[in-house]
Design a protein around this ligand. Structure first.
Ligand code: GRF
Length: 208
């Protein structure tokens, strides 16, 4: 399965996916990385692993249409089958979402629909979980639709919130769960084990 990765920051999830591919557990090819921030560490990871990378930012374009055209052409050129968002902080143009319906995945560092939506990213999520007093947080892997964090849920895993947690401690525990699990959802898609029925994502012959 030919995958394009979108990343804005550290790209630790990107790295975890590369590692799973290297170890032979994940049967996916990373054919392109796209980042909106030229300083993102994700670009170093792409370079170190010989993955072609492009710096494309919405601010480079006068209109969303031109931005979408550029993204669409770049994705098409490498014959992208799946788009993987791995800490990508920009909203994708709606034409790209339409074109790649149920072929764009994202990972969110909480159990959606709680603690999701606009503004709920990075440490904001973990602060909100602690302020609310939730006893569980976790990860959600979902398909991307037009609304932030609202597409069909592919996988969720919980992690405990511990009494002594500060946002960083919780973030670390959640990120470890992301690294452990994201690849499994992608591998299931690559193996054709995922079927989408409206909002429901059905795993066929899976072990999750
Ligand atoms: C992760 O917590 C992910 O859930 C969110 O962005 C963060 C990306 O981290 N979408 P990294 O860049 O993969 O280290």
């Amino acid at each position: 399965m030919r995958c394009a990765i979108f990343a804005s920051g550290g790209g630790s999830n990107f790295q975890a996916l590369i590692d799973k591919k290297t170890s032979g557990r994940l049967r996916a090819d990373f054919v392109l990385m796209i980042g909106n921030n030229s300083k993102a560490k994700a670009f170093d990871r792409a370079r170190e692993n010989n993955i072609p990378a492009l710096h494309i930012a919405p601010s480079h374009f006068d209109t969303e249409e031109l931005y979408a055209d550029k993204l669409g052409a770049a994705l098409k050129e490498v014959d992208t089958q799946l788009i993987i968002l791995a800490g990508y902080m920009k909203k994708l143009p709606s034409s790209i979402i339409t074109q790649y319906r149920n072929r764009i995945v994202n990972i969110h560092p909480a159990l959606l629909p709680a603690f999701g939506g606009k503004g709920m990213y990075g440490m904001n999520v973990h602060k909100a979980v602690l302020e609310y007093g939730a006893k569980l947080s976790g990860i959600t892997v979902h398909f991307v639709d037009e609304e932030y964090d609202q597409g069909p849920v592919i996988m969720q895993k919980s992690v405990p919130v511990l009494d002594g947690d500060d946002p960083q401690a919780l973030a670390d525990r959640v990120l470890a769960a992301e690294h452990e699990n994201y690849w499994q959802a992608i591998e299931a898609i690559a193996q054709g084990k995922i079927r989408v029925d409206g909002r429901r994502v059905i795993w066929t012959a899976s072990n999750v």
